[in-house]
Design a protein around this ligand. Structure first.
Ligand code: SIN
Ligand code: CO
Length: 381
């Protein structure tokens, strides 16, 4: 269980003063920090096909090389000047996924994944910008971190085709991080971490759709659901003397027509809830070989030794607009009776059968639980 030691801040003051505004280093943000994964275990994950991993190496901060995993052997990289980065480790390591909970003062739909890096002395990815907010936690070892402010005059560099960097920047934060330190970096703030000794870093990363992604997802939804098939009409038109004109008022009417067909909040909220709960990384879904039926689920729930757990990395939420439960891009319709259980499931925390007991009297709650188990999003342990 990780808890943030906010010192003289609170989640409220952090959100007001720093979130998306200013970088911040919280020294010993996690008191007595225990690494959720070891460098060896991380190397083991980087040998797996399902995980996205890369190694970045340099020669005296020049001649940058990038190799993509899966890796078979790390010995050729030597003792220093390289870093291994593994995406979405929270989808495979339960202990790493526990690093997300302390950031639940932000909603599920904003959270993306936990990327873990192992760096040898002088290892790092170089000065760069990211488009998303991130909290970088220092695990074992020490690293020299510099973070600056957004600066349009920084030069974009491409020292390797897979590695974007920026020219040197003026640091606002220039510190050596130690185990348990938490560094918050808002989007587009240049930053650079250089390991001083073998070092593990955990990046709790956030997601935010851009306008283009939303327009494209909304257009797909409207087309799939045949929601934009009505045609523009102009029964109030008067004769024109300038037929060559696409008149300004026609342009406005066409735009209003289009905005109106796209402005249905139920359609939009359904699209956005599916969109934000879809994982960007491989998940290990646990679809049962034989689907469960309700009696079997009730049987399991009678056993106090059993846990019902969400698959690691699964994203879920309740859509406040339509009240429905969304999990991994799927919509599960909710009624007054199933609302409480859906809210519990959307928190994505393992549940004891004892916790679920009060819901088993009601068949439609059991049916909902059965369907998330059969979709492979939750499992019985
Ligand atoms: C890391 O090296 O652990 C984080 C890389 C980054 O700054 O994005
Ligand atoms: Co970064």
């Amino acid at each position: 269980m990780y808890t943030i030691n906010w010192a003289d801040l609170t989640p409220e003051t952090f959100m007001k003063e720093y979130w998306q505004k200013k970088p911040l280093l919280i020294k010993r943000g996690f008191e007595d920090f225990q690494d959720p994964i070891s460098a060896d275990e991380l190397a083991g994950l980087a040998m797996e096909q399902e995980l996205e991993s890369r190694i970045i190496k340099h020669n005296n901060f020049d001649n940058w090389q990038v190799e993509h995993g899966p890796f078979e052997d790390f010995s050729k990289f030597g003792e220093q000047d390289w870093t291994l980065l593994v995406q979405a480790v929270n989808n495979w390591s339960e202990t790493t996924s526990a690093l997300i909970s302390p950031f639940k003062f932000l909603p599920n739909w904003r959270i993306d994944d936990v990327m873990v890096s192992f760096s040898t002395p002088n290892g790092g990815v170089g000065a760069h910008l990211d488009q998303y907010d991130v909290f970088i936690i220092q695990g074992e070892g020490k690293r020299h971190w510099q973070v600056g402010l957004p600066d349009n005059t920084l030069e974009q560099l491409l020292p390797h085709e897979d590695l974007k960097q920026v020219s040197p920047f003026t640091p606002l934060i220039d510190e050596i991080t130690e185990p348990g330190d938490i560094l918050y970096i808002p989007p587009n703030h240049p930053h650079n971490g250089v390991a001083i000794e073998n070092s593990l870093n955990y990046s709790v990363g956030f997601q935010a759709p851009n306008g283009q992604e939303l327009v494209s997802a909304l257009a797909d939804t409207m087309i799939d659901k045949c929601l934009a098939e009505n045609r523009f009409g102009d029964s109030e038109r008067t004769p024109t003397e300038t037929p060559e004109l696409l008149a300004a008022k026609d342009i406005k009417a066409l735009q209003s027509f289009m905005i109106e067909s796209a402005s249905d909040l139920d359609v939009f909220s359904d699209m956005v809830a599916s969109f934000t709960t879809r994982s960007h990384h491989t998940l290990e879904l646990l679809v049962p070989v034989e689907p469960f039926n309700e009696e079997a689920v009730i049987g399991y729930l009678n056993d106090p030794e059993i846990f019902v757990r969400p698959v690691l990395g699964i994203k879920a939420l309740i859509n406040e607009q339509n009240g429905d439960f969304y999990i991994n891009g799927d919509r599960v319709a909710i009624t007054d009776t199933t609302r409480e259980l859906a809210s519990i499931l959307a928190k994505n925390e393992p549940l004891t059968t004892d916790r679920l007991k009060s819901f088993t009297d009601c068949l439609i709650n059991v049916q909902m639980l059965t369907s998330v188990l059969n979709m492979g999003y939750w499992y019985i342990d």
